[in-house]
Design a protein around this ligand. Structure first.
Ligand SMILES: [Zn+2]
Length: 208
């Protein structure tokens, strides 16, 4: 199945990018007995508070710098392409993902943790062209994906209420997931093989 990404003024807009009409007012973060909660928005069954978003893909203008949480999480759970939202490419080596090239780091890319969902073959060159931090991306095939992390702002207990700290990934078995204001899901990649993808090479060619 091929799914074409939405476009805006002739440019593809990734499935996980937010649109201007999808922002909602930030809810108040409140203290609850075992962590934080949000006013008017219940936590999920694991006790995670998720940043709320409206679902109005294609409405307004695209905001390439903002990841739309619910679509990112859907793509992670269902292994959908981050660009078009269709099924990610899979072969006998596994599902196709793009990672920032960290060859030289011992052990990389086994057990790499990422918030970027996988891609399908036709869309693979697009993140390399569109996202500055993916400029040196490499393609990998992933045999086993465990979606076990929450990326967001970690809060701590404070005298006057919860105190915001750093943004980070907290894993599902860590009690601090109840202290995070979650934005995206993070996946741990296992059985990872770096592959040569001709489509990526052509994406790096200068535009004439
Ligand atoms: Zn795609």
């Amino acid at each position: 199945m091929t799914t074409a990404p939405l476009t805006f003024k002739g440019h593809p807009v990734p499935y996980i990018a937010a649109w201007s009409s999808e922002h909602l007012p930030e809810p108040a973060v409140v203290r609850v007995p075992d962590g934080i909660g949000l006013l008017r928005y219940p936590r999920d069954s694991a006790g995670v508070s998720w940043k709320p978003w409206a679902l109005r893909q294609g409405d307004g203008t695209p905001e390439y710098g903002f990841v739309h949480g619910p679509r990112q999480r859907r793509a992670m759970r269902r292994q959908l392409c981050q660009v078009c939202g269709g099924p990610a490419d899979v072969n006998e080596q596994g599902v196709l993902w793009l990672l920032e090239d960290s060859r030289g780091v011992p052990g990389w890319p086994e057990r790499e943790v990422t918030t970027h969902p996988p891609v399908c073959l036709p869309c693979a060159p697009l993140p390399v062209r569109l996202c500055p931090h993916m400029e040196n991306a490499v393609a990998v095939r992933v045999g086993r994906v465990v979606v076990d992390g929450v990326y967001g702002r970690l809060y701590a207990a404070g005298l006057g209420g919860p105190v915001p700290g750093e943004k980070k990934v907290v894993f599902a078995d860590d009690p601090r997931v109840k202290w995070i204001y979650g934005g995206q899901l993070a996946a741990t990649l296992m059985n990872v093989t770096v592959v040569d993808l001709p489509e990526l090479r052509s994406a790096r060619l200068p535009v004439l």
